[in-house]
Design a protein. Structure first.
Length: 284
């Protein structure tokens, strides 16, 4: 484990104040959380993207609160000091403010999260305000919001037209006024992200594919390491081909077992001769 002090909201706002970028990644399991903690990542999002990256669904919609809690608990065990954000899954907050508060509370009480994230703009501001009023730090998510992919016409850049860009800017203000400590902009044009960042007064802005001018950056962990076989988003930078490393290792294992090259003596355990002789006698 690292000797890093627990990341808190003041830590994050100090980074913003000092013009230092915030680092953020998605994470869904204990070993990855352990490595992200070692690497010094500031904020970890247990995204409902785990429905696709970990559970193999075609969208995030089937993900349940219980799925999210189980994965968030594992991540917290691996990353005790990161600022941990639980992502509110589909229909865990849309139905009502009360539903939103109850489910946000589960992330805090059952998984030791520091905050939650929810998708949506002005239309979700009352959910955001309710959660914040319950004492739970909340992050907004605008631009491409995967839970609304069908309504948005698919997984595509949002805010390329002036009217749509203005709507995203208005939504950002509404979330800030509702008490969001941060807003994630996913696949929003760079100059729109810059405008929103410059106008943010009481919250900070994180970019996912929205350019360099936000207060921090987010990547999806599986995209960084070639671990999601179905597609690779254009905006993702690949930092290592772990997918191929794993595939090659699996092929090698399969080959070695079939050829008798695995296992070797260092891969098994033995019994002393006298104990074995006694065993044979016991059997006679
Ligand atoms: O679920 C998730 O990982 C997310 C990201 C796409 C930002 O919400």
């Amino acid at each position: 484990m690292t000797d890093r002090k627990k990341i808190t909201l003041p830590t994050l706002f100090n980074l913003v104040q000092n013009g230092e970028p915030i680092t953020m990644l998605t994470c869904y399991d204990y070993p990855t959380a352990f490595f992200q903690e070692q690497a010094g990542i500031d904020m970890i999002l247990v995204g409902d993207s785990l429905g696709m990256t970990m559970l193999g669904y075609d969208s995030t919609l089937p993900v349940t609160m219980d799925d999210m809690i189980r994965h968030s608990q594992a991540v917290r065990r691996g990353a005790p000091t990161a600022w941990l954000i639980g992502d509110m899954p589909y229909m865990s907050f849309q139905p009502s403010v009360e539903t939103a508060i109850r489910n946000a509370g589960r992330f805090m009480a059952e998984a030791e999260c520091d905050a939650i994230k929810l998708e949506g703009g002005a239309e979700m501001a009352d959910r955001m305000a309710g959660i914040v009023a319950a004492g739970i730090p909340s992050m907004g998510h605008l631009g491409l919001t995967p839970q609304s992919a069908s309504a948005l016409g698919g997984f595509r850049v949002q805010g390329r037209g002036a009217i749509q860009a203005k709507k995203i800017m208005d939504d950002a203000k509404a979330l800030e006024e509702a008490g969001a400590f941060a807003i994630l902009l996913e696949m929003v044009p760079d100059r729109v992200c810059k405008l929103i960042t410059e106008r943010a007064e009481n919250c900070f802005i994180i970019s996912l594919g929205s350019g360099p001018d936000a207060h921090g950056q987010l990547l999806i962990y599986h995209d960084m390491f070639g671990l999601y076989p179905k597609f690779k988003p254009k905006m993702a930078k690949v930092y290592g081909d772990a997918g191929n490393v794993i595939l090659n290792g699996l092929k090698q294992y399969d080959k070695e077992v079939r050829e008798g090259a695995f296992p070797q003596p260092e891969n098994w355990f033995s019994i002393k001769d006298d104990e074995f002789d006694e065993l044979l006698e016991l059997l006679n």
